[in-house]
Design a protein around this ligand. Structure first.
Ligand code: DAH
Length: 347
């Protein structure tokens, strides 16, 4: 075979090999290119034969070499494009979207029912010009008991046994110590003190359906000039209606708390039977919702507030109790277990 025939043979065989490369083996294209057109490729090899040709043939065959190189270079480019297209096509087909598939649900959480309850109550009091104050969960015996008129060895301390960190530091048993702390800070020359304080409290209790060693309260305190029991009643009536419905009325029963005098237990008329008597109100027509009273003069005096000039009322409600009544929840433990089947009911 002379050089011209070999060139022609190289062209046709390379083109045939090129055509045979499949999309999934696109790498072979590059290998073949090196083998044919590379520095040490077949074409270069044939070129070496030029020098042995007679002078008159050299330019003719030289031209033919260049033509073959051009033709093959183009053929490689063209085949490269075809393979690339084929690859893209194959990928598109394998990744095709099924727009009829149902979408993936993103589950959106919701506020815990206790947070909802306290937020609702906060909003009502903010609207009446109260401030919302944060207290301390780890509290001093001094604020939790002494300043609430429960000196050491006071029998009423027994109902509020708790977890002690040391002799004088404990987990607070109620939100009432926030009363003393805010009284200490308040500047009465600027007007009356009106505050609520929601938060977590602790008791040494055995957990069951209605007791938990930790639960939540909201404390309320108003101190100013000429604050009376009527103000207390009006305020509690308003909050009861907002929580349990506009038709509700309340009644105050005498009670005892060391930090209030007089002290009352507050009942709301039953929102289920309207007062007839049913299983929710235990046939009495009334449901106890919170404790309250007029701030004991000693509590004011311990804060350096003149009890002759100033008076006030206070109340403390249990957030769990309010939520359990409103939503008919019968086991307090549901609030704390973090089971989404419980929490999602209050979306
Ligand atoms: N601190 C009381 C308790 O945990 C609740 C309470 C009753 C708070 C009467 C008050 C109040 O501010 O006036 O049992």
């Amino acid at each position: 075979m002379d050089l011209q025939e070999q060139l022609e043979e190289l062209r046709t065989s390379t083109q045939a090999q090129l055509q045979a490369i499949k999309a999934e083996n696109a790498k072979e294209l590059q290998d073949l290119r090196v083998k044919v057109l590379g520095k040490k490729g077949s074409l270069t090899e044939l070129l070496k034969g030029l020098k042995d040709l007679p002078n008159e043939l050299r330019p003719v065959v030289g031209k033919q070499v260049n033509e073959v190189r051009d033709v093959l270079t183009k053929a490689f480019e063209e085949q490269g494009r075809i393979l690339e297209q084929a690859q893209i096509q194959a990928q598109l087909e394998s990744e095709s979207l099924d727009v009829t598939l149902p979408g993936r649900q993103i589950s959106i959480g919701n506020r815990h029912v206790l947070s909802q309850t306290s937020q609702e109550i906060e909003d009502i009091f903010l609207g009446m010009g109260y401030q919302v104050v944060d207290g301390l969960e780890v509290e001093q015996d001094y604020y939790n008991f002494e300043r609430m008129n429960l000196p050491k060895d006071h029998p009423a301390r027994d109902m509020q046994d708790t977890f002690y960190i040391s002799e004088d530091i404990l987990l607070r048993t109620h939100t009432s110590p926030v009363q003393a702390r805010t009284l200490d800070k308040h500047d009465f020359s600027k007007g009356p003190l009106k505050m609520i304080s929601p938060g977590r409290v602790f008791r040494r209790d055995t957990d069951d359906a209605t007791h938990s060693h930790q639960f939540h309260q909201i404390e309320g305190l108003v101190v100013g000039k000429n604050i009376s029991m009527g103000d207390l009643k009006g305020t509690l009536e308003l909050i009861s209606k907002k929580m349990f419905g506009e038709d509700r009325s309340i009644r105050l029963r005498p009670s005892y708390f060391p930090f209030t005098e007089p002290s009352v237990e507050v009942d709301v008329s039953c929102f289920k039977c309207g007062g007839e008597g049913c299983n929710v109100c235990k046939k009495t027509g009334w449901i106890e919702i919170l404790g309250a009273g007029m701030v004991h003069p000693r509590v004011l005096e311990m804060a350096g507030v003149d009890a002759e000039e100033y008076s006030g009322f206070a109340f403390g409600l249990g957030q769990e109790r309010i939520a359990m009544l409103r939503y008919g929840i019968n086991d307090i433990r549901g609030f704390y277990q973090g089971d989404s089947r419980f929490t999602e009911q209050f979306k």
